[in-house]
Design a protein. Structure first.
Lengths: 258, 221, 62
Protein backbone atom coordinates (compact mmCIF):
# COMPACT_ATOMS: atom_id res chain seq x y z
CA UNK A 1 0.00 0.00 0.00
CA UNK A 2 2.82 2.37 0.81
CA UNK A 3 4.40 1.63 -2.57
CA UNK A 4 1.47 3.34 -4.26
CA UNK A 5 2.59 6.69 -2.90
CA UNK A 6 6.02 6.56 -4.52
CA UNK A 7 4.70 7.81 -7.82
CA UNK A 8 6.13 11.30 -7.27
CA UNK A 9 8.01 11.31 -10.52
CA UNK A 10 7.39 15.02 -10.99
CA UNK A 11 9.33 17.67 -9.11
CA UNK A 12 6.17 19.13 -7.68
CA UNK A 13 6.53 20.05 -4.03
CA UNK A 14 2.86 19.39 -3.38
CA UNK A 15 3.02 15.73 -4.19
CA UNK A 16 6.04 15.25 -1.99
CA UNK A 17 4.31 16.85 1.01
CA UNK A 18 1.15 14.83 0.63
CA UNK A 19 3.21 11.67 0.39
CA UNK A 20 4.49 12.33 3.89
CA UNK A 21 1.00 13.02 5.07
CA UNK A 22 0.03 9.43 4.49
CA UNK A 23 -0.06 7.53 7.77
CA UNK A 24 1.34 4.41 6.14
CA UNK A 25 4.46 6.21 4.91
CA UNK A 26 4.94 8.15 8.09
CA UNK A 27 4.64 5.25 10.51
CA UNK A 28 7.98 3.57 9.75
CA UNK A 29 9.74 6.91 9.33
CA UNK A 30 8.60 8.03 12.75
CA UNK A 31 9.72 4.71 14.16
CA UNK A 32 13.25 5.32 12.89
CA UNK A 33 13.33 8.91 14.12
CA UNK A 34 12.31 8.19 17.70
CA UNK A 35 15.65 6.77 18.89
CA UNK A 36 17.44 9.75 17.35
CA UNK A 37 15.41 12.14 19.44
CA UNK A 38 15.89 10.07 22.58
CA UNK A 39 19.64 10.28 22.10
CA UNK A 40 19.43 14.04 21.60
CA UNK A 41 17.26 14.29 24.72
CA UNK A 42 19.85 12.41 26.74
CA UNK A 43 22.75 14.49 25.41
CA UNK A 44 21.10 17.83 26.08
CA UNK A 45 19.69 16.59 29.37
CA UNK A 46 23.01 15.43 30.75
CA UNK A 47 24.74 18.60 29.58
CA UNK A 48 21.93 20.77 30.92
CA UNK A 49 21.79 19.09 34.31
CA UNK A 50 25.55 19.26 34.58
CA UNK A 51 25.53 23.01 33.98
CA UNK A 52 22.49 23.49 36.21
CA UNK A 53 24.00 21.82 39.23
CA UNK A 54 27.74 21.92 38.82
CA UNK A 55 28.62 24.95 36.75
CA UNK A 56 26.05 27.65 37.39
CA UNK A 57 26.99 29.56 40.53
CA UNK A 58 24.90 30.26 43.61
CA UNK A 59 22.56 33.21 43.27
CA UNK A 60 23.23 36.13 45.56
CA UNK A 61 19.58 36.74 46.41
CA UNK A 62 17.89 33.37 46.08
CA UNK A 63 20.64 31.00 47.14
CA UNK A 64 20.53 27.49 45.79
CA UNK A 65 16.76 27.67 45.46
CA UNK A 66 16.95 29.54 42.17
CA UNK A 67 18.10 26.36 40.41
CA UNK A 68 14.43 25.53 39.97
CA UNK A 69 14.45 27.86 36.96
CA UNK A 70 16.41 25.21 35.11
CA UNK A 71 13.22 23.17 34.94
CA UNK A 72 10.61 25.88 35.41
CA UNK A 73 11.63 27.94 32.39
CA UNK A 74 11.90 24.95 30.03
CA UNK A 75 8.51 23.51 30.93
CA UNK A 76 6.86 26.94 30.69
CA UNK A 77 8.32 27.68 27.27
CA UNK A 78 7.50 24.19 26.04
CA UNK A 79 3.92 24.42 27.25
CA UNK A 80 3.44 27.55 25.16
CA UNK A 81 5.41 26.31 22.14
CA UNK A 82 3.59 22.98 22.10
CA UNK A 83 0.22 24.73 22.14
CA UNK A 84 1.14 26.78 19.08
CA UNK A 85 2.53 23.78 17.22
CA UNK A 86 -0.53 21.73 18.19
CA UNK A 87 -2.87 24.45 16.94
CA UNK A 88 -0.84 24.73 13.73
CA UNK A 89 -1.04 20.99 13.01
CA UNK A 90 -4.73 20.97 13.84
CA UNK A 91 -5.25 23.92 11.51
CA UNK A 92 -3.35 22.19 8.70
CA UNK A 93 -5.45 19.10 9.24
CA UNK A 94 -8.59 21.22 9.01
CA UNK A 95 -7.58 23.12 5.88
CA UNK A 96 -5.93 20.33 3.89
CA UNK A 97 -8.12 17.56 5.26
CA UNK A 98 -5.08 15.46 6.20
CA UNK A 99 -5.73 12.93 8.95
CA UNK A 100 -2.12 12.66 9.99
CA UNK A 101 -1.80 16.37 10.78
CA UNK A 102 -4.79 16.11 13.11
CA UNK A 103 -3.31 13.01 14.70
CA UNK A 104 -0.11 14.95 15.33
CA UNK A 105 -2.10 17.63 17.13
CA UNK A 106 -3.86 14.97 19.17
CA UNK A 107 -0.49 13.43 20.04
CA UNK A 108 0.95 16.74 21.24
CA UNK A 109 -1.88 17.67 23.57
CA UNK A 110 -1.16 15.41 26.56
CA UNK A 111 2.53 16.29 26.80
CA UNK A 112 1.64 19.95 26.44
CA UNK A 113 -0.83 19.67 29.30
CA UNK A 114 1.79 17.97 31.45
CA UNK A 115 4.27 20.76 30.68
CA UNK A 116 1.69 23.33 31.76
CA UNK A 117 1.03 21.38 34.94
CA UNK A 118 4.74 21.08 35.70
CA UNK A 119 5.11 24.79 35.09
CA UNK A 120 2.52 25.45 37.76
CA UNK A 121 4.06 22.87 40.10
CA UNK A 122 7.62 24.17 39.77
CA UNK A 123 6.29 27.72 39.94
CA UNK A 124 4.60 26.94 43.25
CA UNK A 125 7.71 25.28 44.67
CA UNK A 126 9.76 28.26 43.59
CA UNK A 127 7.29 30.77 44.95
CA UNK A 128 6.96 29.24 48.40
CA UNK A 129 10.53 29.79 49.59
CA UNK A 130 10.92 33.07 47.71
CA UNK A 131 7.67 34.84 48.43
CA UNK A 132 6.15 32.80 51.22
CA UNK A 133 3.07 31.49 49.44
CA UNK A 134 2.42 28.40 47.33
CA UNK A 135 0.45 30.41 44.83
CA UNK A 136 0.62 34.00 43.58
CA UNK A 137 -1.87 35.42 41.15
CA UNK A 138 0.80 36.97 39.00
CA UNK A 139 0.24 37.35 35.27
CA UNK A 140 2.53 34.55 34.18
CA UNK A 141 1.29 31.86 36.58
CA UNK A 142 -2.35 32.78 36.05
CA UNK A 143 -1.94 32.67 32.27
CA UNK A 144 -0.23 29.31 32.62
CA UNK A 145 -3.20 28.04 34.60
CA UNK A 146 -5.54 29.19 31.85
CA UNK A 147 -3.29 27.51 29.27
CA UNK A 148 -3.70 24.26 31.21
CA UNK A 149 -7.47 24.73 31.02
CA UNK A 150 -7.19 25.24 27.25
CA UNK A 151 -5.22 22.02 26.89
CA UNK A 152 -7.67 20.05 29.04
CA UNK A 153 -10.58 21.48 27.06
CA UNK A 154 -9.00 20.36 23.80
CA UNK A 155 -8.38 16.87 25.15
CA UNK A 156 -11.87 16.64 26.65
CA UNK A 157 -13.55 17.79 23.44
CA UNK A 158 -11.71 15.23 21.33
CA UNK A 159 -12.47 12.53 23.86
CA UNK A 160 -16.21 13.21 23.85
CA UNK A 161 -16.80 13.25 20.12
CA UNK A 162 -17.12 9.75 18.76
CA UNK A 163 -16.56 10.37 15.09
CA UNK A 164 -12.77 10.78 14.73
CA UNK A 165 -12.87 13.19 11.79
CA UNK A 166 -15.44 15.37 13.49
CA UNK A 167 -13.33 15.28 16.63
CA UNK A 168 -10.28 16.33 14.60
CA UNK A 169 -12.02 19.30 13.00
CA UNK A 170 -13.87 20.47 16.11
CA UNK A 171 -10.63 20.24 18.07
CA UNK A 172 -8.89 22.26 15.36
CA UNK A 173 -11.39 25.08 15.68
CA UNK A 174 -11.05 25.03 19.45
CA UNK A 175 -7.25 24.99 19.30
CA UNK A 176 -7.14 27.84 16.79
CA UNK A 177 -9.62 29.95 18.75
CA UNK A 178 -7.55 29.25 21.85
CA UNK A 179 -4.31 30.19 20.10
CA UNK A 180 -5.77 33.52 18.99
CA UNK A 181 -7.08 34.15 22.47
CA UNK A 182 -3.86 33.38 24.36
CA UNK A 183 -2.32 36.82 23.73
CA UNK A 184 -5.65 38.50 24.56
CA UNK A 185 -5.94 36.48 27.77
CA UNK A 186 -2.33 37.17 28.73
CA UNK A 187 -2.78 40.89 28.16
CA UNK A 188 -5.99 41.04 30.14
CA UNK A 189 -4.47 39.07 33.02
CA UNK A 190 -1.47 41.43 33.09
CA UNK A 191 -3.86 44.37 33.18
CA UNK A 192 -5.84 42.75 35.97
CA UNK A 193 -2.67 42.07 37.89
CA UNK A 194 -1.51 45.68 37.84
CA UNK A 195 -4.97 47.04 38.60
CA UNK A 196 -5.34 45.00 41.75
CA UNK A 197 -1.79 45.72 42.92
CA UNK A 198 -0.81 42.11 43.04
CA UNK A 199 2.46 40.77 44.32
CA UNK A 200 5.10 43.31 43.37
CA UNK A 201 7.63 40.61 42.71
CA UNK A 202 6.81 38.39 39.81
CA UNK A 203 8.36 35.28 38.45
CA UNK A 204 9.33 37.18 35.32
CA UNK A 205 11.90 39.11 37.25
CA UNK A 206 14.45 36.35 37.20
CA UNK A 207 17.73 36.87 39.02
CA UNK A 208 20.34 38.72 37.02
CA UNK A 209 21.55 36.07 34.66
CA UNK A 210 25.08 34.85 34.69
CA UNK A 211 26.20 33.44 31.35
CA UNK A 212 26.32 29.94 32.78
CA UNK A 213 22.74 30.24 34.00
CA UNK A 214 21.59 31.12 30.50
CA UNK A 215 23.49 28.19 29.07
CA UNK A 216 21.91 25.87 31.61
CA UNK A 217 18.43 27.05 30.71
CA UNK A 218 19.10 26.81 26.99
CA UNK A 219 20.41 23.27 27.24
CA UNK A 220 17.45 22.19 29.37
CA UNK A 221 15.02 23.79 26.92
CA UNK A 222 16.62 21.86 24.07
CA UNK A 223 16.44 18.68 26.17
CA UNK A 224 12.72 19.11 26.80
CA UNK A 225 12.14 19.99 23.15
CA UNK A 226 13.81 16.81 21.91
CA UNK A 227 11.90 14.88 24.55
CA UNK A 228 8.61 16.35 23.37
CA UNK A 229 9.31 15.34 19.80
CA UNK A 230 10.34 11.83 20.82
CA UNK A 231 7.29 11.28 22.97
CA UNK A 232 4.89 12.82 20.45
CA UNK A 233 6.25 10.61 17.66
CA UNK A 234 5.70 7.60 19.92
CA UNK A 235 2.18 8.67 20.67
CA UNK A 236 1.29 9.48 17.08
CA UNK A 237 2.42 6.02 16.01
CA UNK A 238 0.04 4.48 18.52
CA UNK A 239 -2.73 6.79 17.34
CA UNK A 240 -2.06 5.79 13.74
CA UNK A 241 -2.44 2.13 14.62
CA UNK A 242 -5.62 2.78 16.56
CA UNK A 243 -7.26 4.86 13.89
CA UNK A 244 -6.05 3.03 10.81
CA UNK A 245 -6.73 -0.40 12.31
CA UNK A 246 -8.87 -1.49 9.41
CA UNK A 247 -6.43 -0.73 6.65
CA UNK A 248 -4.36 -3.37 4.90
CA UNK A 249 -0.94 -1.92 5.59
CA UNK A 250 -1.56 -2.15 9.34
CA UNK A 251 -2.53 -5.80 8.99
CA UNK A 252 0.68 -6.37 7.03
CA UNK A 253 2.95 -4.93 9.69
CA UNK A 254 5.51 -7.34 11.06
CA UNK A 255 4.56 -6.67 14.64
CA UNK A 256 0.95 -7.63 13.90
CA UNK A 257 1.45 -10.56 11.57
CA UNK A 258 3.45 -12.81 13.86
CA UNK B 1 -30.91 41.34 6.31
CA UNK B 2 -34.39 39.93 6.07
CA UNK B 3 -33.11 36.48 6.94
CA UNK B 4 -31.39 37.92 10.00
CA UNK B 5 -34.61 39.45 11.31
CA UNK B 6 -36.61 36.35 10.45
CA UNK B 7 -34.29 34.13 12.43
CA UNK B 8 -34.44 36.42 15.45
CA UNK B 9 -38.19 36.52 15.21
CA UNK B 10 -38.41 32.74 14.94
CA UNK B 11 -36.08 32.07 17.84
CA UNK B 12 -37.88 34.59 20.04
CA UNK B 13 -41.20 32.97 19.19
CA UNK B 14 -39.85 29.56 20.16
CA UNK B 15 -38.46 30.95 23.40
CA UNK B 16 -41.77 32.58 24.27
CA UNK B 17 -43.46 29.20 24.00
CA UNK B 18 -41.08 27.80 26.57
CA UNK B 19 -40.47 30.80 28.77
CA UNK B 20 -39.37 28.68 31.68
CA UNK B 21 -35.94 28.02 30.18
CA UNK B 22 -35.13 31.68 30.01
CA UNK B 23 -36.66 32.52 33.33
CA UNK B 24 -34.76 29.78 35.15
CA UNK B 25 -31.45 31.14 33.88
CA UNK B 26 -32.34 34.60 35.14
CA UNK B 27 -33.60 33.15 38.38
CA UNK B 28 -30.27 31.37 38.68
CA UNK B 29 -28.52 34.73 38.43
CA UNK B 30 -30.58 36.10 41.29
CA UNK B 31 -30.12 33.05 43.48
CA UNK B 32 -26.38 32.72 42.94
CA UNK B 33 -25.72 36.33 43.75
CA UNK B 34 -27.66 35.90 46.99
CA UNK B 35 -25.46 32.98 47.98
CA UNK B 36 -22.36 35.11 48.32
CA UNK B 37 -23.50 37.34 51.16
CA UNK B 38 -24.86 34.25 52.83
CA UNK B 39 -21.54 32.55 52.48
CA UNK B 40 -19.25 35.47 53.23
CA UNK B 41 -21.16 37.67 55.63
CA UNK B 42 -23.22 40.82 55.38
CA UNK B 43 -20.50 43.39 55.96
CA UNK B 44 -21.50 46.21 53.59
CA UNK B 45 -17.96 47.36 52.85
CA UNK B 46 -16.88 43.83 51.93
CA UNK B 47 -19.95 43.29 49.77
CA UNK B 48 -19.34 46.51 47.92
CA UNK B 49 -15.83 45.34 47.19
CA UNK B 50 -16.75 41.88 45.89
CA UNK B 51 -19.91 43.00 44.08
CA UNK B 52 -18.37 43.64 40.65
CA UNK B 53 -16.71 40.23 40.56
CA UNK B 54 -19.66 38.34 42.00
CA UNK B 55 -22.19 39.96 39.71
CA UNK B 56 -20.06 39.45 36.64
CA UNK B 57 -19.29 35.81 37.44
CA UNK B 58 -22.96 35.16 38.11
CA UNK B 59 -23.80 36.77 34.77
CA UNK B 60 -21.26 34.51 33.10
CA UNK B 61 -22.71 31.38 34.67
CA UNK B 62 -26.25 32.40 33.88
CA UNK B 63 -25.30 32.95 30.23
CA UNK B 64 -23.65 29.55 30.11
CA UNK B 65 -26.83 27.93 31.35
CA UNK B 66 -28.82 29.28 28.46
CA UNK B 67 -26.32 28.56 25.69
CA UNK B 68 -27.41 25.01 24.93
CA UNK B 69 -30.69 26.42 23.77
CA UNK B 70 -29.04 28.17 20.85
CA UNK B 71 -28.59 25.17 18.60
CA UNK B 72 -29.56 22.03 20.48
CA UNK B 73 -33.31 22.04 19.91
CA UNK B 74 -32.95 22.75 16.20
CA UNK B 75 -30.25 20.12 15.92
CA UNK B 76 -32.43 17.53 17.59
CA UNK B 77 -35.42 17.94 15.30
CA UNK B 78 -33.47 18.45 12.08
CA UNK B 79 -34.34 22.10 11.63
CA UNK B 80 -30.69 23.09 11.88
CA UNK B 81 -29.77 20.98 8.88
CA UNK B 82 -32.52 22.68 6.90
CA UNK B 83 -31.25 26.08 7.98
CA UNK B 84 -27.75 25.20 6.79
CA UNK B 85 -29.09 24.05 3.45
CA UNK B 86 -30.91 27.29 2.76
CA UNK B 87 -29.34 29.70 0.27
CA UNK B 88 -29.00 32.31 3.02
CA UNK B 89 -25.50 32.73 4.39
CA UNK B 90 -24.97 30.57 7.44
CA UNK B 91 -22.96 33.37 9.04
CA UNK B 92 -26.06 35.58 8.90
CA UNK B 93 -28.22 32.87 10.41
CA UNK B 94 -25.75 32.24 13.23
CA UNK B 95 -25.61 35.98 13.92
CA UNK B 96 -29.39 35.99 14.13
CA UNK B 97 -29.41 33.16 16.62
CA UNK B 98 -26.77 34.85 18.74
CA UNK B 99 -28.76 38.09 18.68
CA UNK B 100 -31.91 36.26 19.74
CA UNK B 101 -30.00 34.56 22.53
CA UNK B 102 -28.64 37.86 23.77
CA UNK B 103 -32.05 39.49 23.71
CA UNK B 104 -33.46 36.94 26.13
CA UNK B 105 -30.46 36.14 28.29
CA UNK B 106 -28.00 39.03 28.10
CA UNK B 107 -30.28 42.04 27.97
CA UNK B 108 -32.40 40.95 30.97
CA UNK B 109 -29.16 40.62 32.95
CA UNK B 110 -28.32 44.23 32.15
CA UNK B 111 -31.70 45.21 33.59
CA UNK B 112 -31.59 42.86 36.58
CA UNK B 113 -28.02 43.63 37.62
CA UNK B 114 -28.62 47.06 39.20
CA UNK B 115 -31.38 45.58 41.35
CA UNK B 116 -28.98 42.96 42.65
CA UNK B 117 -26.31 45.63 42.86
CA UNK B 118 -28.42 47.47 45.38
CA UNK B 119 -28.38 44.35 47.54
CA UNK B 120 -24.62 44.67 47.52
CA UNK B 121 -24.80 48.33 48.54
CA UNK B 122 -23.34 49.67 45.31
CA UNK B 123 -23.75 53.40 44.79
CA UNK B 124 -25.48 54.95 41.80
CA UNK B 125 -22.42 55.59 39.67
CA UNK B 126 -21.23 52.02 40.21
CA UNK B 127 -24.63 50.74 39.15
CA UNK B 128 -24.45 52.74 35.93
CA UNK B 129 -20.98 51.47 35.17
CA UNK B 130 -22.13 47.94 35.95
CA UNK B 131 -25.02 48.20 33.53
CA UNK B 132 -22.82 49.70 30.83
CA UNK B 133 -20.15 47.05 31.23
CA UNK B 134 -22.73 44.29 31.03
CA UNK B 135 -24.33 45.94 28.03
CA UNK B 136 -21.04 45.77 26.16
CA UNK B 137 -19.94 42.46 27.62
CA UNK B 138 -22.99 40.19 27.44
CA UNK B 139 -23.11 40.24 23.62
CA UNK B 140 -19.52 39.02 23.63
CA UNK B 141 -20.55 36.26 26.03
CA UNK B 142 -23.35 35.19 23.71
CA UNK B 143 -21.04 35.32 20.72
CA UNK B 144 -18.19 33.33 22.25
CA UNK B 145 -20.72 30.95 23.73
CA UNK B 146 -22.06 30.16 20.28
CA UNK B 147 -18.67 28.66 19.38
CA UNK B 148 -18.83 26.31 22.34
CA UNK B 149 -22.44 25.43 21.66
CA UNK B 150 -21.67 24.63 18.03
CA UNK B 151 -18.61 22.54 18.84
CA UNK B 152 -20.40 20.38 21.41
CA UNK B 153 -23.63 19.85 19.48
CA UNK B 154 -25.10 16.46 20.14
CA UNK B 155 -22.19 15.40 22.31
CA UNK B 156 -23.03 13.50 25.46
CA UNK B 157 -22.42 15.67 28.51
CA UNK B 158 -22.12 18.56 26.09
CA UNK B 159 -23.35 21.35 28.31
CA UNK B 160 -20.75 20.87 31.02
CA UNK B 161 -18.02 20.36 28.45
CA UNK B 162 -19.15 23.47 26.64
CA UNK B 163 -18.92 25.52 29.82
CA UNK B 164 -15.38 24.29 30.44
CA UNK B 165 -14.35 25.10 26.89
CA UNK B 166 -15.74 28.61 26.90
CA UNK B 167 -14.70 29.79 30.35
CA UNK B 168 -11.05 30.53 29.47
CA UNK B 169 -12.31 32.59 26.55
CA UNK B 170 -14.62 34.54 28.87
CA UNK B 171 -11.79 35.62 31.14
CA UNK B 172 -10.79 38.83 29.30
CA UNK B 173 -14.41 40.01 29.23
CA UNK B 174 -14.73 39.26 32.92
CA UNK B 175 -11.53 41.09 33.75
CA UNK B 176 -12.40 44.24 31.84
CA UNK B 177 -16.07 44.22 32.79
CA UNK B 178 -15.70 43.66 36.51
CA UNK B 179 -12.52 45.73 36.47
CA UNK B 180 -14.42 48.71 35.12
CA UNK B 181 -16.89 48.64 37.98
CA UNK B 182 -14.13 48.18 40.53
CA UNK B 183 -12.00 50.95 39.03
CA UNK B 184 -14.94 53.30 39.09
CA UNK B 185 -15.61 52.53 42.73
CA UNK B 186 -12.08 53.54 43.73
CA UNK B 187 -12.11 56.61 41.50
CA UNK B 188 -9.82 55.36 38.74
CA UNK B 189 -10.35 56.11 35.09
CA UNK B 190 -12.64 53.65 33.30
CA UNK B 191 -12.19 54.71 29.67
CA UNK B 192 -9.47 52.10 29.20
CA UNK B 193 -11.74 49.30 30.38
CA UNK B 194 -14.57 50.38 28.15
CA UNK B 195 -12.33 50.83 25.14
CA UNK B 196 -11.11 47.28 25.61
CA UNK B 197 -14.61 45.95 26.12
CA UNK B 198 -15.63 47.73 22.96
CA UNK B 199 -12.66 46.31 21.12
CA UNK B 200 -13.54 42.80 22.26
CA UNK B 201 -17.11 43.32 21.09
CA UNK B 202 -16.02 44.52 17.66
CA UNK B 203 -13.55 41.67 17.26
CA UNK B 204 -16.16 39.15 18.35
CA UNK B 205 -18.79 40.57 16.01
CA UNK B 206 -16.35 40.45 13.12
CA UNK B 207 -14.97 36.95 13.54
CA UNK B 208 -17.10 34.76 15.79
CA UNK B 209 -20.17 34.21 13.57
CA UNK B 210 -17.86 32.94 10.86
CA UNK B 211 -16.11 30.56 13.30
CA UNK B 212 -19.39 29.29 14.74
CA UNK B 213 -20.75 28.71 11.24
CA UNK B 214 -17.69 26.60 10.46
CA UNK B 215 -18.13 24.71 13.72
CA UNK B 216 -21.81 24.07 12.89
CA UNK B 217 -20.93 22.66 9.48
CA UNK B 218 -18.44 20.33 11.15
CA UNK B 219 -21.03 19.20 13.68
CA UNK B 220 -23.65 18.51 11.04
CA UNK B 221 -21.71 16.70 8.34
CA UNK C 1 31.27 24.00 43.95
CA UNK C 2 29.90 21.36 46.28
CA UNK C 3 32.15 20.45 49.16
CA UNK C 4 30.38 17.14 49.80
CA UNK C 5 27.50 15.03 48.51
CA UNK C 6 25.40 15.88 51.56
CA UNK C 7 25.81 19.58 50.78
CA UNK C 8 24.50 18.86 47.31
CA UNK C 9 21.41 17.10 48.61
CA UNK C 10 20.66 19.79 51.16
CA UNK C 11 20.79 22.49 48.42
CA UNK C 12 21.52 25.26 50.91
CA UNK C 13 18.28 24.61 52.76
CA UNK C 14 16.11 24.60 49.66
CA UNK C 15 16.20 20.81 49.31
CA UNK C 16 12.44 20.31 49.56
CA UNK C 17 11.68 22.82 46.85
CA UNK C 18 14.46 22.04 44.41
CA UNK C 19 14.08 18.28 44.63
CA UNK C 20 10.28 18.40 44.54
CA UNK C 21 10.50 20.43 41.36
CA UNK C 22 13.11 18.33 39.63
CA UNK C 23 11.51 15.21 41.05
CA UNK C 24 8.03 15.95 39.74
CA UNK C 25 9.47 16.68 36.31
CA UNK C 26 11.49 13.47 36.38
CA UNK C 27 8.52 11.37 37.46
CA UNK C 28 6.15 12.74 34.84
CA UNK C 29 8.65 12.77 32.00
CA UNK C 30 9.99 9.30 32.70
CA UNK C 31 6.57 7.72 33.16
CA UNK C 32 5.05 9.23 30.03
CA UNK C 33 6.92 7.07 27.49
CA UNK C 34 6.09 3.97 29.52
CA UNK C 35 2.41 4.80 29.50
CA UNK C 36 2.54 5.29 25.75
CA UNK C 37 4.40 2.01 25.29
CA UNK C 38 1.74 0.15 27.25
CA UNK C 39 -0.97 1.64 25.11
CA UNK C 40 0.97 0.74 21.99
CA UNK C 41 1.35 -2.85 23.13
CA UNK C 42 -2.38 -3.02 23.88
CA UNK C 43 -3.19 -1.88 20.37
CA UNK C 44 -0.83 -4.42 18.83
CA UNK C 45 -2.36 -7.16 20.95
CA UNK C 46 -5.85 -6.19 19.85
CA UNK C 47 -4.79 -6.08 16.20
CA UNK C 48 -3.19 -9.52 16.46
CA UNK C 49 -6.41 -10.92 17.88
CA UNK C 50 -8.38 -9.37 15.07
CA UNK C 51 -6.06 -10.79 12.42
CA UNK C 52 -6.29 -14.22 14.02
CA UNK C 53 -10.07 -14.00 14.24
CA UNK C 54 -10.30 -13.08 10.58
CA UNK C 55 -8.06 -15.96 9.64
CA UNK C 56 -10.27 -18.37 11.58
CA UNK C 57 -13.34 -16.97 9.87
CA UNK C 58 -11.76 -17.42 6.47
CA UNK C 59 -10.60 -20.95 7.21
CA UNK C 60 -13.88 -22.05 8.71
CA UNK C 61 -15.70 -20.80 5.66
CA UNK C 62 -13.53 -22.79 3.24
Amino acid sequence: MSKVNNFSTTNSHWINWFKWSSPSTFYPVAGKLIPVFWILTAIFGIAGLWVSFFVAPVDAVQGQGYRIIFVHVPVSWMSMLIYLVMAAWAGIGLIFNTRLSSMMAQALAPIGAWMAFLSLWTGAFWGKPMWGTWWVWDARLTSELILLFLYLGFIALQASIENPRRADKAGAILALVGAVNVPIIYFSVKWWNTLHQGASVSLTKAPAMAQTMLWGMLLMVLCFWMYTIAVSLMRVRTLILEREAHSDWVRQLNEVKQ
Amino acid sequence: MNAFVTIIHRDLLLVMRRKSEVLTALFFFVVVTSLFPLGIGADAALLRKIAPGVLWVAALLSTLLGLQRMFAADYADGALEQLILTPQSLVLLVSGKVAAHWLVSGLPLVILAPIIGIQFDLDASSLYVLMASLLLGTPVLSLLGSIGAALTLGVRGGSVLMSLLIMPLYIPVLIFGAGAVYANSVGLDITGHFSLLGALLILALAFVPWVSAAALKIAIE
Amino acid sequence: MWNSPSEFFVMGGYALYVWSSFGACAVVLLLEPFVIRMRHKAVIRRLKQQVLAERFDKESRE
